[in-house]
Design a binder for this molecule. Structure first.
Ligand SMILES: NC(=O)c1ccc[n+]([C@@H]2O[C@H](COP(=O)([O-])OP(=O)(O)OC[C@H]3O[C@@H](n4cnc5c(N)ncnc54)[C@H](OP(=O)(O)O)[C@@H]3O)[C@@H](O)[C@H]2O)c1
Length: 349
């Protein structure tokens, strides 16, 4: 089946916008309409995204409801706060996919505590593999006209731990997640921290001590997967790589659980998932194997001395962590095969 799907991308000059253009370019049905941004309006796209050669001559337009109107799909890759503003002006007949945070949280109190300001309301959540009380998040996406794509760290930690939570083999009241993060996760910001002279050769923690904005979203997801009390210590660390997240997530083995039940829980949860893979026993994931691919690769072990389950999950923050999730969710919303146009093939070495 071939149908033309017109897609506008807002934030086309940024890291996520660029990756949306790269990933969606590989979808056989997608045709790009307006490409918009902010300070780069009037520039050729090639100035900001030189790797997107076929789109190099496209001129960046201003991000307005008028420019974005008339497309089948609008993907928003804007700073948080901006996407809710523009989405409110778009037709209810348009599928709007927001890569920002504005519509991910269901609890206005959590929004106020971590982001501040008024909560813009929650949208169907674009993590198809998320375990819900009645099945999976993919079951509710068909026909949706609004989708909130998860945060990249959230995807890594949720996918890492949800099999243990849903099966009851881990105790969710004492979760520790420490992440190694590539710099593209911070967006194209001009700040001293992000200069090569600061970044190369250094590993730098940030948002330490429970302040990271992805914390309430992870808790929301683990509750969706069946946890009743979630307590999470979450610490990301910038490491000298452009892309990728390696999340190491640990939680106590639940009381009375047999060690053999642990691997079985992850095997069962992901046996049929096209993009989430539990690696063969003893093989550990690396971010390199996920680069450019819509995959989450993971391994699970039991640290018997510590009494904890240890999961390591690798994703490309810009693909499974954002643009790939957006395309996977678009496919589901439009009734297309979930995997259409999405690759599990990474770039290595
Ligand atoms: N980076 C990641 O790994 C990642 C992963 C998941 C989700 N996200 C989310 O995706 C969104 C985009 O992130 P990013 O990393 O791509 O950031 P980015 O590289 O800084 O890009 C931001 C984009 O938004 C545009 N923009 C800035 N201010 C604007 C305004 N006032 N009105 C309209 N457009 C404006 C910029 O246009 P100009 O360049 O023309 O000014 C640029 O195209 C954020 O909400 C972020 O939290 C990021």
């Amino acid at each position: 089946m071939h149908m033309a799907i017109s897609v506008a991308v807002a934030g086309a000059s940024g890291y996520v916008g660029g990756e949306v253009l790269r990933v969606f370019s590989q979808h056989p049905d997608v045709e790009f309409g307006a490409l918009t941004a902010h300070s780069s309006v009037g520039d050729a796209l090639g100035v900001h995204q030189p790797h997107l050669v076929p789109l190099a001559d496209r001129i960046i337009a201003d991000t307005t409801a008028e420019t974005l109107a008339g497309h089948d799909v609008v993907v928003l890759a804007l700073p948080h706060g901006k996407s809710a503003q523009i989405a409110a002006q778009l037709s209810q007949d348009t599928l709007v996919i927001d890569c920002g945070a504005d519509h991910r949280l269901t609890d206005p109190g959590a929004w106020a505590a971590y982001y501040g300001g008024e909560h813009a309301g929650s949208w169907p959540y674009g993590l198809p593999e998320l375990i819900t009380a009645s099945g999976h998040q993919r079951d509710i996406l068909p026909g949706s006209k609004r989708i909130a794509v998860p945060g990249c760290n959230v995807t890594a930690v949720t996918l890492a731990l949800q099999p243990g939570v849903a099966s009851g083999v881990v105790n969710a009241s004492d979760i520790v997640a420490v992440l190694a993060n590539g710099y593209s996760g911070a967006g194209k910001k001009l700040e001293t921290t992000y200069l090569a002279s600061e970044a190369l050769g250094a590993a730098v923690p940030y948002a330490v001590g429970g302040s990271h904005r992805h914390i309430p979203e992870i808790i929301q997801n683990l509750e969706s997967a069946g946890a009743t009390e979630v307590r999470l210590s979450f610490t990301p660390t910038l490491v000298p790589m452009a892309r990728g997240i390696l999340a190491t997530v640990t939680a106590p083995l639940a009381q009375g659980v047999n060690v053999e039940a642990v691997r079985a829980a992850w095997e069962e949860a992901y046996a049929d998932e096209p993009f989430v893979h539990l690696l063969p026993e003893g093989q550990w994931p690396s971010t390199a194997a996920t680069l450019g691919a819509n995959t989450a690769l993971m391994q699970v072990a039991v640290d018997g001395n510590a009494g904890r389950v240890v999961v390591v999950c690798a994703i490309d923050n810009l693909v499974k962590g954002t643009a790939g999730a957006a395309l996977q969710s678009m496919n589901l919303a439009l009734g297309l095969p979930e995997t259409r146009g999405l690759s599990t093939i990474g770039v290595a070495p």
